[in-house]
Design a protein around this ligand. Structure first.
Ligand code: F6P
Length: 564
């Protein structure tokens, strides 16, 4: 899609929404009282996800204009362009095909199979790698893959950062109940040496398998940690008398304890990892869209090939919903448009994601990269400046913990913070506290919070409780604080895939309205370049230090002075 983006701000719908936003006085109490069908009308289904949008600050009029904007910028057409392999990542001249990673194999696949893009038989290549991962994962799980001393793998350590870490760790944590007994995974990402130190300190090298996950295989943090891990392995094995002090012996150890995931298989080999122990993917998979590629190998080992297939099927179910549901009932489209309403018209700057599922505790962190690396842009895909604000700040923590921390600001603060509440009807561990079903008690909070945020508590209601007049204002809740409730039957691999795909497509919808390339991330490059340039200065190179700006120079000088 090299054509210029449509400017939605000049459309009649955008103008109409601007006028509506001025003096907009939402009244969820009245809207529900006057419209018995509101809850039903604004509740939608996407695969297993029931999504209630009725507590959003939206009327039929607002929604009509938002949908008109979606038509103006042709969200549906751009989605078709994406899934058919057009180079919609224009600044890198690449197709954007994460949806192809979860297309099932088979003849009756829709949209049409096989998918051939830039001369590549995508379906064939995706399934070839998936089959190799399944074989490898099974071998690790059944003990036929062993370390160099013949012991089976007990701990998988994924070394990666950004999309090569956040997705795998989030999904591993989310699916802990599905992890094979006797296997655990750990995730090293930070170049702060404390990270790898803590994650390996109590491990036995003989039963540890490292997965070096890096799309580019050029990321400083990951390669540094991979080298540290290799040293740790060699040292531990030689102290145990398990390997000899020869290159060949060390190579054997690496071949049994290191695998790699990358698009750059030549660099994998140069690092010393046997290419037969490497799983590839392709430049049309963005890092933050890659947990369903070979980047998810740690997850495939932990939950098994069948669980991983179920995970991918969940993504595909939501992809199909996105592709086929009419705009008016299309959940990612509606949620993306609501975000546009809040951030471009009602002044919201952030968006909370509040999972009522402890296993989803890394989901907000995962979404931060997905949404903010994708949509934190100031120019559109043709290089022209954006015409409106882009990219909300996504954040969150699991409920109920957040309730006892920052919800105060959401309930009574001065800022508008739209919030997504996510829960599952069934717990992984149904525990009772006497006669009380603890998961039901937990979900009472999920329902109560969205109710309190929507309907608040009037001053008269506070007074009616006998509250002293002086504290009535402090105990009054304005209500009309927007929330979306997402309810799934259970946190299965499929449901986790569905949730990820939902937010991928919400991100896509917002990016399309804003006319931006949601698939590049040039904004992270400058810092990386400067870190390389500054590295000699912090190691004491006087010339490198002298060439820094005054503030950086004096900070580094202070650091050198403090260093023991
Ligand atoms: O620095 C940002 C980034 O490029 C992310 O987009 C990516 O997920 C991460 O770095 C890691 O990159 P790689 O997988 O190539 O090591």
């Amino acid at each position: 899609m090299t054509s210029s983006p449509v400017d939605p701000t000049t459309s009649g719908a955008w103008q109409a929404l601007s006028e509506l936003a001025e003096g907009f006085a939402p009244d969820l109490r009245a809207w529900f009282a006057e419209d018995e069908g509101r809850a039903d009308r604004y509740t939608f289904q996407a695969a297993d996800l029931t999504v209630d949008l009725s507590k959003n600050l939206v009327t039929e009029e607002v929604l009509g204009h938002l949908l008109e904007i979606a038509r103006t910028v042709d969200v549906a057409g751009r989605y078709r362009a994406m899934i058919s392999g057009e180079h919609i990542n224009v600044t890198e001249d690449r197709a954007v095909l994460h949806t192809a990673l979860r297309r099932p194999s088979g003849d009756d696949l829709t949209p049409a199979a096989p998918l051939t893009v830039d001369g590549q038989d995508v379906d064939h290549d995706v399934h070839e790698v998936l089959d190799r991962i399944a074989t490898f994962a099974s071998a690790v799980r059944d003990g036929s893959w062993t370390g160099v001393t013949g012991k089976r793998v007990e701990t998988v350590v994924n070394i990666g950062i950004g999309g090569s870490d956040l997705g795998p760790v989030m999904v591993y944590e989310a699916l802990k109940p599905y992890v094979q007994a006797g296997l655990t995974a750990r995730f090293v990402s930070n170049i702060d040496p404390s990270d790898i130190y803590e994650k390996t300190a109590d491990l036995d090298p003989e039963t540890t398998l490292f997965i070096v996950a890096s799309k580019t295989f050029g990321t400083l943090e990951t390669l540094t940690n991979a080298r540290l891990a290799r040293e740790w392995l060699w040292k531990g094995l030689s102290q145990a008398g398990a390997i000899e002090d020869t290159d060949e012996s060390r190579r054997d150890a690496v071949s049994k304890h290191f695998v790699a995931v990358s698009t750059a298989l030549d660099k994998v080999e140069a690092f010393g990892i046997d290419p037969t122990n490497a799983f590839g993917f392709w430049d049309w998979v963005g890092g933050r869209y890659s947990v369903d590629s070979a980047i998810g190998t740690s997850v495939a080992i932990a939950i098994g090939p069948d669980g991983f297939a179920d995970f991918l099927a969940g993504f595909h179910a939501v992809d199909e919903h996105m592709r086929t549901a009419p705009l008016e009932a299309n959940v990612p489209v509606l949620m993306g448009l609501l975000n546009v309403w809040y951030s471009n018209f009602l002044g919201a700057q952030s968006h909370a994601v509040l999972p009522y599922a402890q296993y989803l505790h890394r989901f907000p962190a995962y979404l931060q990269q997905l949404t903010m690396e994708s949509n934190g842009k100031s120019v559109r895909w043709d290089g022209t400046p954006v015409v409106t604000d882009t990219g909300e700040v996504f954040w969150g923590e699991p409920g109920t913990n957040g309730q006892h921390a920052f919800y105060q600001l959401i309930h009574q603060g001065t800022r508008l913070i739209p919030a997504d509440f996510i829960a599952t009807a069934n717990p992984a561990h149904p525990l009772q506290d006497g006669d009380t079903d603890v998961h039901a008690l937990f979900l009472a909070n999920f329902f109560a919070q969205t109710k309190a945020l929507a309907f608040g508590k009037t001053a008269d209601e506070v007074r009616a409780e006998g509250t002293a007049e002086a504290v009535v204002p402090a105990r009054t809740f304005s209500g009309n604080r927007p929330t979306t409730s997402i309810l799934a039957p259970r946190l299965t691999p499929s449901v986790v895939g569905q949730l990820i795909a939902l937010y991928e497509h919400i991100t896509f919808v917002e990016g399309t309205v804003w006319g931006i390339d949601s698939f590049d991330q040039w904004g992270v490059e400058l810092g990386k370049q400067l870190a390389l340039q500054i590295a000699p200065a912090v190691q004491g190179d006087a010339d490198a230090l002298a060439s820094q700006d005054p503030s950086t120079k004096s900070l580094i000088a202070k650091y050198l002075e403090l260093r023991e």
